[in-house]
Design a protein around this ligand. Structure first.
Ligand code: NAD
Length: 385
């Protein structure tokens, strides 16, 4: 195919996963890679036969690229996405979409002012069990859904010392600083957004390599109420010494419930009243034959080999499809903010004795910051440096 869409990627280390996924799509060409560290850009470019190498993001987005992938540290996601949108590019950005409310506002404005697509690359929503649960929820098999859980338990203390930005942006502030992998899938199952959050911490039991206490408490629990009265509990822990469990979820409705696997041979399990009037677990896999959506029925080899349970491939594939078919972005700007903003607001809650704080819906913010809930105006979550 001629006229392939040209892709440029900023942030070479994580960018490699996006290179592989875009190279698996026949109609796209990864033609540019950018990293502040030009040696890293050169190394990845040589490995994947990418022609153009940049250390200056501003220069890369002025070239004739169609899609920009933002895979740099967290505080750069929104500013770089905003600049690329303003240059008329489609943008797929790392998670979370932004690190403060002002960034959210500018990003939403850039999407509204242009014609291009924006997606937050929330890969956990594409994991096989999560896609199946989304379909079962959509078909009403859980009945009225009223409770859900998501947990991201991933000890990253050593990694904080290597990728220093994590020490500031994930463990150097208190609150639910990395919520989207846990909240994203659950919000899609609820088909709702969070209206208020209260955030709690378990205290401080670890110090970093220089002997400094982490600002983030060890385990953070963010209690979310949804606009229809549902309850979602998010646990994020990047500090506690323990084995990982990055993708535990549960769901409860009036006609069924679900619990993800916990490890040691456990498997995802479900009970649906429609299939059993006895309240007994069944393996989730029993429902794949009848209900699994097409994307996971005959997944291409690229999906099976991609990181994060195939999510790294499917997010890119669906984003590309939305561009060529001019359909809604799979996780559009407002859904991205629905997954991101509760975490930002959780910082205001945890710093004020865990009070319940309203989560703004950027769909209805027309003047910033005047339209924000009072408690957020001039709060620490407006602008974080
Ligand atoms: N979705 C997932 O499952 C997942 C997994 C891993 C990482 N990530 C995300 O990927 C992103 C990068 O993480 P990482 O572990 O690769 O971090 P990293 O520190 O290893 O890499 C970041 C790179 O960005 C470059 N960079 C920094 N500022 C830049 C700028 N202004 N212009 C160009 N390049 C710049 C750095 O030189 C570095 O090479 C983060 O947002 C992280 O959360 C997501």
């Amino acid at each position: 195919m001629t006229n392939k869409l040209k892709v440029g990627i900023v942030g070479a280390p994580r960018g490699q996963s996006f290179v592989r996924s875009f190279q698996a799509i026949e109609e796209t060409d990864v033609t540019a890679i950018c990293d502040l560290n030009i040696d890293t850009a050169e190394r990845v470019a040589n490995q994947f036969n990418i022609d153009q190498r940049y250390s200056d993001f501003g220069k890369m987005i002025q070239s004739d690229l169609d899609i920009i992938v933002v895979s740099t540290p967290m505080p750069l996601h929104a500013p770089q996405s905003t600049s690329a949108l303003q240059e008329g590019k489609h943008v797929i950005s790392g998670v979370p979409a932004a690190t403060d409310l002002q960034q959210c506002w500018k990003l939403a404005q850039a999407v509204e002012d242009g014609k291009n697509k924006y997606m937050m690359a929330e890969n956990y929503v594409y994991m096989k069990p999560n896609i199946l649960i989304r379909e079962l929820a959509k078909q009403g098999l859980f009945g009225d859904i009223y409770f859900g859980e998501g947990q991201y338990i991933h000890e990253l203390k050593a990694f904080n010392e290597i990728t220093r930005w994590r020490r500031k942006w994930q463990t150097g502030r208190n609150g639910c600083t990395y919520p989207t992998h846990s909240l994203g899938p659950v919000l899609q199952w609820f088909e709702d957004r969070v209206s208020t959050v209260s955030c709690f911490g378990s205290g401080h039991h670890y110090k970093d390599q220089s002997g400094r206490q982490y600002e983030n408490e060890d385990t953070i629990t963010m209690i979310c109420k949804t606009t229809r009265g549902g309850l979602i509990e998010i646990r994020v822990d990047m500090l506690s010494d323990r084995p990982h469990n990055l993708n535990y979820y549960s769901l409860q409705g009036t006609k069924g419930c679900y619990e993800a696997a916990r490890g040691l041979g456990d498997q995802p399990k479900i009970w649906l009243e429609e299939y059993s009037d006895q309240a007994v677990w069944q393996p989730l896999s029993d429902f794949e034959g009848q209900y699994m959506p097409e994307i996971w029925r005959n997944p291409p080899q690229e999906a099976l080999q991609a990181g994060h349970g195939g999510g790294d491939y499917f997010e890119v594939r669906e984003f590309f499809d939305s561009i060529i078919n001019d359909t809604k972005s799979p996780i559009d700007i407002y859904e991205s903010l629905d997954m991101t903003v509760p975490g930002l607001v959780s910082e205001v809650s945890i710093n004020r004795d865990s009070i319940s704080v309203e989560v703004p819906d950027f769909r209805s913010i027309k003047n910033f910051p005047e339209d924000l809930p009072k408690i957020l105006q001039n709060s620490e979550s407006i602008s974080w440096n």
